[in-house]
Design a protein around this ligand. Structure first.
Ligand code: ZN
Length: 331
């Protein structure tokens, strides 16, 4: 099935009353895990990746291979999304490479500090202009999400301001908006279990009512399952205890208006846990294929479970016949 845009996929999700997981991948084996899970559960899916973080030699080479792998799953509607585009130039490269959605993260300035509202509006509106001209969707960010950023620095949490959401959407024209509600990026999120009082889901509801035409996105929403941390630690990892966003809070966020739920760390924990266990128990194998295969299957199981949780399982048909009118892939 051809690629679809984020706007097309999230419009269908809203009509159907479900959420869509956006699964981070940093190589094509992980992309296969997500696509296998989508095929297994008959789900539409968002595959997202960060620029400059794959194990491939260049973004352009990786992105090209990624699109080829996606094309071998003709029954799966896929949004190919750039996660946390750090500047307009990187977003432009993704658009030109064939992505159907990009995020411009204008929430931080060059020093990693929260940027001004005006600066965020300006950089985001600029990306929307060229992306929309190419038929590509855009996600912006309001407020700042805590935790580790792409460059490894820690960002403080500045909650989204509902009164600014309407103005931000009107002035930028974004299709989707990441709203900071207290979640945190990375494999270390909260030092105590997360209950209904930690995340500001009330903000979601408030902002969803103010910007009904824009889809809301929750970042930093991995669950960090204790059994996966235990598996990693049993075979050499030294990960401290940490809690993520529980399944029930994700489901609740969907009922309050979240449409895209970013899932990164849980994928990596599942993949790496399986690889660590193999390498920790097998002293002879040097061919990477057997353990990469185990990593892929472990990640597929994680992703498939999330697809069922978010309600996207069984909804691939919602996007049948829909295609992105992408003018950006100027071959
Ligand atoms: Zn994020």
């Amino acid at each position: 099935m051809p690629l679809v845009t984020l706007r097309q996929a999230l419009d269908a999700a809203r009509a159907g009353g479900y959420g869509l997981g956006a699964f981070n991948v940093s190589d094509v084996i992980q992309a296969e895990a997500v696509l296998d899970a989508a095929e297994e559960t008959d789900s539409p899916v968002i595959i997202e990746t960060l620029a400059g973080t794959s194990s491939h030699g260049s973004d352009e080479r990786y992105w090209s291979v990624l699109q080829h792998v996606i094309s071998t799953y003709p029954s799966v509607p896929v949004v190919l999304h750039l996660d946390h585009g750090p500047n307009p130039e990187t977003c432009r490269r993704a658009v030109d490479s064939g992505f159907t959605s990009v995020m411009i993260d204008g929430s931080l300035d060059h020093d990693g500090r929260p940027s001004s509202f005006e600066a965020n509006v300006a950089v985001t509106a600029g990306v929307v202009e060229f992306a929309h001209a190419a038929g590509v969707s855009v996600e912006g960010e309001l407020g700042t999400i805590g935790g580790s950023k792409v460059d490894g620095s820690r960002a403080e949490i500045v909650l989204a301001e509902p009164s600014q959401a309407k103005e931000f959407v009107e002035r930028t024209g974004v299709d989707a908006l990441a709203v900071a509600i207290g979640t945190s990026h990375g494999a270390y999120k909260f030092t105590t279990p997360v209950d209904g009082s930690v995340l500001h889901l009330d903000l979601i509801r408030e902002i969803a009512e103010i910007v009904p035409g824009t889809h809301l996105v929750m970042h930093g929403s991995s669950s960090l399952p204790a059994e996966l941390r235990a598996q990693n630690n049993a075979f050499g990892a030294t990960m401290p205890e940490s809690w993520g966003v529980p399944d029930e809070e994700k489901v609740r966020s969907i009922t309050m208006g979240v449409r895209k739920i970013n899932q990164g760390m849980d994928n990596h924990l599942a993949f790496t846990g399986a690889v660590r266990e193999f390498l920790g128990t097998d002293g002879l194998t040097v061919d990477p294929a057997p353990y990469l295969d185990l990593g892929r299957v472990a990640m597929q199981q994680m992703v498939a479970a999330r697809m069922r949780l978010f309600g996207q399982a069984g909804r691939a048909g919602d996007l049948r016949g829909v295609t992105a009118a992408h003018a950006g892939a100027s071959a």
